[in-house]
Design a protein around this ligand. Structure first.
Ligand code: FAD
Length: 397
């Protein structure tokens, strides 16, 4: 039988790894297991909330991976990884053997960290931090909100999926409010003291939306301790400070997807330690963990990071199977965010493996200039769409 690599998860990391395994070594048998026939990218889901895009525009499918690249696709859920026999078990009853296994299950939510909150509550008070039905629920709630209402977002501490994501969301919702309910307010209750691209976001908010967006850091009441879902009220400062919202978007703290944790691939942090040279699990040499689930040094949890990690792991697996040493590859990340439809900002970095850890290459990347004019911001908004088109083509095309 042909050598077989199994990939768990057809999101940003897993779909990239599957495609590039076939590109690097066409003779490999690569089987990708993903429950959903349609994947909705989280990237762009804030644009949908702002009314700039439709959910259909965020949909990705698996036809090209199968027909163009020769990846075998099974739409099912992995229920267990038996590491001793190198077997994965599927919900449908099937079992698959692997020589090497790539695990890219994304995140799960910690529903038990806030009094008053639970998985059931999350149906009414959506996190919308996995794109899909909850994203649509949140948009409907914003549409139903009266002019003059309050939209409150509760943001977790680091690390979490997409560090600039909440702040892009605030700007996109402000864009919608500005045109449809201009007396409304947005409050961001943050479990930290600083955030990604902070200066750029705050300047952009001021220019486009005046005082509509208020950011509350953890030391000033942003650290939420309790929720009353019935009244959509959250409490901080030992109950002394409270915020009542018309639409409440609670983004819970996160951890690696359950299949990774149940297989013993995570440590006490809830995330999966890896050899940051090649994403080989610290717990099992035949398993590679990539994407949001892994601990990747200074790389943020982003789709672009997951994409470069997928390529790195694919190269490592192909070389390991040919008894070749791993090369020290560079990885990259760029995160574009829209503040408004014609107002884009970005952060970029090149990473290298040094002294056991992934660190940013000094002098590489950076953020958009603080003093750029409207033409520059408009240009970056175009690049944002260009980035979306090229990364989705690279992953699922
Ligand atoms: P995912 O893409 O979530 O894929 C995981 C897949 O695994 C899923 O399809 C799931 O169905 C599958 N799976 C889980 N468990 C199992 C199992 N047991 N068996 C089989 N399959 C399983 N990133 C950017 O780079 N740029 C952006 O502009 C950006 N914007 C964002 C905006 C928002 C609002 C959010 C929430 C995120 C954004 N991100 C962005 C982050 C990006 O979406 C994630 O970092 C990225 O998707 C992580 O890839 P992944 O492969 O780890 O997980």
């Amino acid at each position: 039988a042909k050598a077989q690599v199994v990939v768990i998860g057809g999101g940003s990391g897993g779909a990239t790894a599957a495609k590039y395994l076939k590109r690097f070594e066409p003779s490999l048998r690569v089987v990708l297991i993903e429950p959903n026939a349609r994947y909705f990218t989280c990237y762009g889901s804030n644009w949908y909330l702002g009314g700039l895009t439709r959910m259909e525009d965020l949909e990705q499918t698996y036809g090209a991976l199968r027909d163009r690249h020769g990846v075998e696709i099974i739409h099912d859920t992995v229920t267990a990884i038996d590491r001793d026999t190198r077997t994965v078990h599927l919900a449908g009853g099937e079992q698959l053997n692997y020589q090497k296994l790539v695990v890219s299950p994304g995140i799960d939510f910690r529903y038990d960290t806030l009094e008053g909150y639970s998985q059931a509550v999350a149906e009414e008070i959506p996190h919308a931090w996995k794109a899909g039905p909850q994203t649509v629920t949140l948009r409907r709630q914003l549409e139903a909100m009266p002019d003059g209402g309050v939209f409150a977002m509760v943001v977790p501490g680091n690390p979490f999926r997409c560090p600039p994501g909440p702040y892009e969301r605030a700007g996109m919702v402000a864009h919608y409010f500005k045109h449809h309910k201009p007396r409304s307010k947005i409050i961001i209750l943050d479990n930290k003291e600083a955030f990604s691209k902070q200066g750029l976001f705050m300047d952009g908010w001021k220019q486009l939306y005046g005082d509509m967006i208020e950011w509350v850091p953890s030391s000033q009441g942003g650290q939420v301790e309790r929720m009353d879902p019935a009244t959509r009220t959250v409490y901080s400062d030992g109950g002394l400070t409270r915020f009542r919202a018309d639409v409440l978007n609670f983004i819970p703290p996160q951890m690696a997807g359950s299949i990774a944790r149940e297989a013993g691939l995570a440590d006490a942090t809830g995330w999966c330690p890896v050899n940051q040279l090649n994403f080989q699990s610290a717990m099992d040499p035949d398993i590679f963990v990539i994407g949001d689930a892994c601990i990747a040094g200074q790389m943020p949890k982003s789709g672009h990071s997951a994409n470069t990690q997928g390529k790195t792991a694919a190269a490592a697996i192909v070389r390991a199977m040919a008894d070749q040493d791993m090369l020290a590859l560079s990885t990259v990340n760029t995160c574009y965010s829209l503040v408004g439809p014609d107002y884009g900002i970005s952060i970029a970095a090149v990473y290298r493996y040094t002294n056991g850890e992934i660190t940013g290459v000094p002098g590489s990347g950076g953020v958009s200039p603080a003093d750029a004019g409207p033409n520059f911001r408009r240009q970056e908004a175009r690049y944002t769409q260009g980035w979306y088109d090229s990364i989705t083509a690279d992953i699922w095309g």
